[in-house]
Design a protein around this ligand. Sequence first.
Ligand code: SF4
Length: 248
Amino acid sequence: MLNVHSYESMGTYDGPGLRLVVFLQGCPFKCLYCANPDTIPFEGGTPTEPDDILKMALNQKPFFGKKGGVTFSGGEPTAQAEALIPLVRKLHENGINVCIDTNGGIWNSHVEELFSLADLVLLDVKQFNPIRHKALTGHENTRTLATAAWLEEHGKPFWLRYVLVPGISDSEEDMLALCRHFGKDSTGRPRYQMIKRVEILPYHTLGINKYETLGWEYKLRDTPLNTKEQLDRAKKIFDEYFDCAVLN
Ligand code: SF4
């Protein structure tokens, strides 16, 4: 049984092509800007038979085209890795592409198997600086960086996603540190050849009303949205280190 928060059909933001996005309930992080805070608690959600998700995917398969498929997002989908594995196998048996959208913060043998099976991993790196990562998410980023290294070592294609929050994750120092870790070295060779795309995601406040409903404080209330100059500056920094950086 999988614990599902919600679905999005024809999603275009979470992986290539048109996708069925399955948002799973529960996440160990608590990012200050989380746009879906109602997916964080592990209680709640709808217990769902994996075969019901398979049926939904099969119904939508004609729309997936060559690139699309199913993305498991959340919440944190790897928290339900054991139950996801047989479903991913069945989706593959039916020729359906599978992406996993993850913060990379959970590791066990099931997560390893799930990543081995995935066609593409969307790895959210919230902050490169460990102290600021902890302040932003409540957890250190050691495991997330180790997950990235595992994906690279195992030849698993992944996208790096970075939310650019003014005053939280947009300092030149932090962006350069991330770029120097993952991007091209001084000879122009990518350090991480499995990174196929880097998405710079502008900060938004679309989930802010959900905090009120949950009775939680939205701690970034005074954080402004990105200016065009900030976004352009970030893109320029990332472009120096990656050939595949995009502003989403
Ligand atoms: S990792 Fe994603 S789902 Fe979890 S708290 Fe952060 S933004 Fe929300």
